[in-house]
Design a protein around this ligand. Sequence first.
Ligand code: FMN
Length: 214
Amino acid sequence: MALDIASLRKEYTKEELSIESVNHDPLTQFLSWFDEALAADLPEPTAMVLSSATPDGRPSSRVVLLKSVDDDGFVWYTNYQSRKGAELLSNPHASLLFFWPELERQIRIEGTVTTVSPELSTQYFHSRPFESQVGAAASPQSQVVTSREFLEERFAAVTAANAGRENIDKPEHWGGFKLVPSSIEFWQGRPSRMHDRIRYRKEEVQWVTERLAP
Ligand SMILES: Cc1cc2nc3c(=O)[nH]c(=O)nc-3n(C[C@H](O)[C@H](O)[C@H](O)COP(=O)(O)O)c2cc1C
């Protein structure tokens, strides 16, 4: 029997959001919601959907992990030769999305992407467990491979080549991206689908805060 998913409904009642209650700086507002997500013990609070697109505008999405936030952007790490890497290097327009259902919250972030310096990428690469460093170096991310065994042989070869070392050399094609936002929207679920949406939009050097209809 087909599941009647159209009849699944949920009322959102936890919190409210208004232009008066949010911080005037969206990064500060993000960090305040992020702290609440950490405090709520969510299963993957740093998981975010990254959407990139080809130069002719064909989009693709996947989950990556947020690794740092600073004054001007959101950072994650990946393989620059992966599908997303190639798309971001050829078209810097991208978006990030957090969905925290336990808090009835969504955050949508849009902007342009730059690469993180090789020095910072190396610093982060070496902070990862040895096996994760090996995995990143061994995997030709997004390429078609013949089998699981092919990947395991590459993992074993990189492990053997680095026996006795604490860290392996960061591959040149691996590193961070930073998304510098031009727009950030905070969505708080409310009863009767009358949700609160507050969007920050960058105008020249200033952030403009606006309420959007749900
Ligand atoms: C919870 C979760 C976290 C992930 N974190 C990352 C990450 O930080 N970096 C990364 O390259 N891939 C990460 N992945 C894998 C990506 O979703 C994706 O499968 C991979 O990067 C290849 O994507 P692409 O072929 O579009 O480049 C994660 C997946 C999940 C489900």
